[in-house]
Design a protein around this ligand. Structure first.
Ligand SMILES: N[C@@H](CCC(=O)N[C@@H](CS)C(=O)NCC(=O)O)C(=O)O
Length: 217
């Protein structure tokens, strides 16, 4: 049985969603971001940086969402262009781009939500990362204006990598400024496999507000 190590609201949703798209059943093992479990030797034996997702499959554990997504698409020979094709390069670019954007989101989450006390937060860093996030959102807005999937050939696992990010993007940037990206988010979240994954994933464990402004001080 495939087992996904998961935190609600985290990048493990990418893998849960892709497993649903591929019709691969899995068990979920749910962890917390805050109780120290991800720093345990048991977990770090599967994911050395102590991060989710980790996926137990085929007699081993795989860490890094981008690696898991590539492994699953190659194993199932679905939802990714074949290695060596021109579109494969675009697929790999968007898988990597999704992680570039997720790292900016993670920095904003730390600044707006996790850092304690609030006085330790840096408004210049919040402004800088909001601008860096806007660069990625504008690039997606341009790309998605003429197509409603990342790849011209249609839905792929790169959309699972990226589609997961967009809810978080709109916690820090107004959706009204990115209509094509908002439409992409709506298409992605309407997919039956996304809905099934969401129903299993558990409530978001990160965001308490719809939108996080940079404090004006
Ligand atoms: N590049 C990694 C990043 C994984 C990652 O940072 N996951 C976050 C949750 S979205 C996490 O486990 N954070 C725990 C921590 O930083 O202690 C991937 O794509 O799998």
């Amino acid at each position: 049985m495939i087992r996904l190590h998961h935190v609600p609201g985290s990048r493990s949703m990418r893998v849960l969603w892709l497993l649903e798209e591929l019709g691969l059943p899995c068990e979920l093992q749910v962890w917390s971001l805050t109780d120290g479990g991800l720093r345990s030797p048991e977990f770090q034996a599967m994911s050395p940086a102590g991060r989710v997702p980790a996926l137990q499959i085929d007699g081993r554990a795989i860490f890094e969402s981008g690696a898991i997504v590539q492994y699953l698409t190659e194993r199932e020979d679905r939802l990714a262009p074949a290695p060596g094709t021109t579109e494969r390069a675009a697929f790999l670019e968007w898988v990597g781009f999704a992680e570039t954007q997720a790292n900016i989101l993670q920095a904003l989450n730390i600044q707006h939500i996790f850092l304690r006390p609030a006085a330790a937060r840096s408004i210049p860093l919040m402004k800088l990362d909001t601008k860096r996030l806007a660069v990625t959102a504008r690039a997606l807005e341009r790309h998605l204006t003429d197509q409603d999937r990342l790849l011209p050939s249609g839905f792929s696992a790169a959309d699972c990598m990226m589609g997961f990010n967009i809810d978080a993007v709109f916690r820090f940037l107004p959706a009204t400024e990115f209509p094509a990206l908002a439409a992409y988010r709506d298409h992605m979240t309407a997919r039956p496999a996304y809905q099934r994954a969401k129903a299993r994933a558990g409530g978001d464990s990160i965001y308490e507000r719809d939108f996080y402004e940079v404090p004006d001080v």
